[in-house]
Write a new protein. Sequence first.
Length: 254
Amino acid sequence: EERRKQQQNEEEERRREEEKRREEERRREEERLREERLKEEERLREEQKREEELRVAEAARAVQPPGSNDKQGTAIHDYSAGDVDEISFVMGDLITQIEMIDDGWANGTTSSGARGMFPISYIEMVQVENDKPMDKGVCGTAIYDYDAADLDEISFAEGDEITNIEMPDPGWWIGICKDKRGIFPMAYVQLQNQETDLGKCGTAIYDYTAAAEDETTLKEGGKVTNIEFVDEGWWIGVSEGRKGMFPSSYVQMD
């Protein structure tokens, strides 16, 4: 009887060990699958990011004005393409038709005719002799700072020149600033050599923070243009590049 109980105990112990082993294998398999899923999600995010960058680059190239893609550079390091949409080159190679994508990447063409992306830090820009002056088209000057909120937009600081301006939309224009082409809010830029009708203007005498989507923010001392008197207590105007309502008591007419 004692031997039989001992055998039962040993079998029970083996059963527990087997269950423990299976549980450990199941846990490891779940961990492996989770890691693979995370890696795949990361890969898809990177792929979507790269596709978006390429889409923006292609859109910019499609509307690139004549003479704006004459930028050239000499490779100061070897670079091996890490993807099918990149180019490889060795130190000393000339890269032509350079177009900026963002702060770190650009598109360019090698001497063999291959075109693709590359890290801009791997080349040194060279001056291109061009007897033909570049046509800057319609130009404007930024009257406010603007930080791009999307890949197809451009950033600029107050006083920067925006060239080759196109006006496809009453609220948003397309232009080039600091070698990058993209869209920007028209209210942030004043056209050069052109009289701009700013309508009735005033100056903000207090700060005001917009509390709704149809309101605009005021900054004490800031200019408010294109003012419309829609209500005794509320007006509409453009402030800080945004058109919206604001309390009339916060602005003194010029």
